[in-house]
Design a protein. Structure first.
Length: 544
RNA sequence: GCGCCCGUAGCUCAAUCGGAUAGAGCAUUGGACUACGAAUCCAAAGGUUGGAGGUUCGAGUCCUCCCGGGCGCGCCA
């Protein structure tokens, strides 16, 4: 976290509100870090950037414990070379904090809810849900590691018309199995899993088809809901995703939250009646038009549930921040929900919606369309069985989520041993093997005080030390920007540096002091790799 | 028609909320295991960042307009 220290030094000499940045320059010859301080200050102070840079560089060069060299370059960048002793001390800092290295108090204990997947319980999870699951779960882990108090939640849409259709789908299939000729409706769930459910239900309730339709439909619906939901839960668990709360939409109604929320909006004067329906004046808060919250039939809309749900998140449960992870096809929904928060007197910025773009499934070089209704999709479970959890999670986390993703199943399967995830895991396993070797020759890792860190003096040593030093900042940036993929790319960088080191230097050698220094470095790298992989929900194997 | 997202190497993707000569992996070509694991490493090649303007010391990134792709625009969820 040397960046913070450098920044502090610079700001001693400049107005504090300038957007001064400290970052790694594009090439190694330009130093360890660089700042644009003189460039951004030039305008304000009405002085040529290079002249300002020279003055500033001179002052900064006096911090000899921090910098070994300070130079002005280009249009007015100041480049720093950090003192080697600073880098060498990093290994001790990493080991001293152990597994906790990288944890920060950035979130200051703010309460954050991350709601993700929340797929309708009308069928198994497919690939697209997998992407949302990987991103949401990892984001939650990162936020928690960055000092937020995180609750992971799944919202279950267990009422409404889709539930009726689900029940009827099962019922119709059951009658079909019993030998009846059924003209199965287009808009019902046609996947094979419905037939399986019907068969299973018939086995348990042989009397099903003799019951009055009303009763039979309810039994079908409840059975399907329960089975599908527990299947979803199993799939997610096998994907390494667990939740703190499974929140039922029905419960929202039973507790009277929906009526209460609508009453609150009405009282504030944001509802009105038109054509027999009740409308929310969303257009007054930036949405493009007003929205119905209660149909002319008296039935509340899905939007009404969501109003109540989000009101409950903020007002009843007191979350400081709510992150919703949605499929990008719901993006049109964002403005109306933000409008609700404004109408309720809440800062809409406290709701962050992460839109996960589509996953396009490529099969045989052709785009395959997926639809739950039509029963055409590759399930998350199939993917897990074919490709494996680590590779699937890692693949989803090597992309920023606002770009569509082409998932070529055959390609990922055939190249599974070349998937970048193994590159990172192999770095970890290699280090584990180094320690096995060290133990074999009776070399014990040194205690913290005894690390001969001054022996870590090659270019490859410094490359690793710098990366270790940057880890906490990577976590913070990933947390603030809600971009889990930053951690993935950091791990790839660290693994690359490690593999490079491995081919150039030996950890265990005749020189015992040197070996002890390098083993300490190895331990630090292994620890950070393990921690990073853990944040991604990917295993860190000792052997592969 | 209106709105949101995307367009970067043959392919899949990065690029530190405007920074210096746009980077990785895969695929291609050529090299490296008698020492801690070759699931690795080294090298070559690969680009007018969809196009045209603009903003400024500086643009893949911001603004405008086109082109192409995706997704929305229900008293569905």
């Amino acid at each position: 976290m040397i960046v913070k220290r450098i920044r502090e030094e610079i700001l001693k000499h400049l107005p504090a509100d300038l957007p001064v940045k400290v970052e790694a320059p594009p090439r190694e010859e330009l130093g360890d870090y660089a700042t644009n301080a003189a460039l951004v200050a030039a305008g304000r102070l009405k002085r040529p950037p290079r002249e300002l840079a020279r003055e500033l560089a001179e002052k900064l060069a006096r911090c000899e414990d921090l910098f070994s060299r300070v130079e002005v370059a280009g249009p007015g960048f100041i480049n720093f070379w950090v003192a080697p002793t600073y880098w060498q001390a990093v290994v001790k800092r990493v080991l001293a904090r152990g597994e906790e290295y990288g944890r920060s108090d950035l979130g200051k204990g703010q309460r954050v809810q991350v709601e993700f997947v929340s797929a309708n319980p009308t069928g198994p999870l497919h690939i697209g849900h997998g992407r949302g699951a990987a991103v949401g779960d990892t984001l939650a882990r990162i936020l928690s590691f960055a000092g937020f108090e995180v609750v992971k939640e799944y919202y279950i849409n267990d009422r409404g018309r889709q539930m009726e259709i689900l029940g009827r789908s099962v019922w119709l299939r059951a009658r079909e199995i019993a030998g009846e000729k059924i003209d199965f409706p287009e808009d019902h769930y046609r996947g094979d899993y419905i037939r399986d459910l019907a068969r299973e239900l018939l086995a348990r309730r042989p009397d099903l088809l003799e019951l009055p339709e009303e009763e039979a439909l309810e039994i079908c619906r409840e059975f399907a809901l329960r089975e599908i939901l527990s299947g979803i839960r199993r799939d997610l668990e096998d994907f390494g995703v667990t939740y703190d709360v499974w929140y039922s939409e029905r419960e929202l109604y039973e507790k009277g939250e929906v009526e209460e929320a609508l009453a609150a909006l009405a009282e504030a004067g944001h509802l009105y009646e038109k054509e027999g329906a009740l409308w929310f004046r969303a257009s007054a808060f930036g949405d493009e038009k007003d929205r119905v919250v209660r149909r002319s039939t008296g039935e509340p809309t899905y939007f009404a549930s969501d109003i109540a749900y989000h009101r409950e998140k903020f007002l009843k449960r007191g979350f400081d921040l709510v992150v919703d992870v949605w499929g990008a096809d719901h993006h049109g929904y964002v403005p109306r929900l933000k409008a609700v928060l404004s109408a309720l007197g809440l800062d809409p910025e406290r709701l962050k919606v992460l839109l996960i773009q589509m996953v396009n499934l490529i099969e045989g070089g052709k785009l395959k369309s997926m639809s739950t209704r039509a029963g055409e999709f590759v399930t998350l479970r199939e993917l897990l069985e074919e490709v494996g959890r680590d590779a699937v999670r890692f693949t989803f986390l090597t992309r920023k989520c606002d770009a569509p993703l082409d998932f070529d199943v055959e390609l990922v399967k055939s190249q599974s041993s070349e998937n970048p995830v193994y590159y990172v895991q192999y770095a970890h396993a290699r280090l584990a093997s180094v320690f096995r070797k060290a133990e074999e020759v009776g070399l014990l890792p040194p205690s913290l005080e005894e690390i001969p860190a001054h022996r870590l003096d090659t270019a490859e040593d410094f490359r690793l030390l710098k990366l270790l030093d940057a880890f906490p900042r990577v976590i913070e940036e990933a947390a603030v920007s809600l971009e889990p993929h930053r951690v993935t790319y950091f791990l790839l960088d660290l693994a690359t540096a490690l593999h490079d080191y491995y081919t150039k230097h030996r950890f265990v050698s005749e020189d015992e002091e040197l070996s002890r220094a390098r083993l300490a470095l190895a331990r630090a790298v292994k620890q950070v790799l393990a921690r990073g992989l853990n944040l991604l929900g990917v295993s860190a194997p000792e052997r592969m």
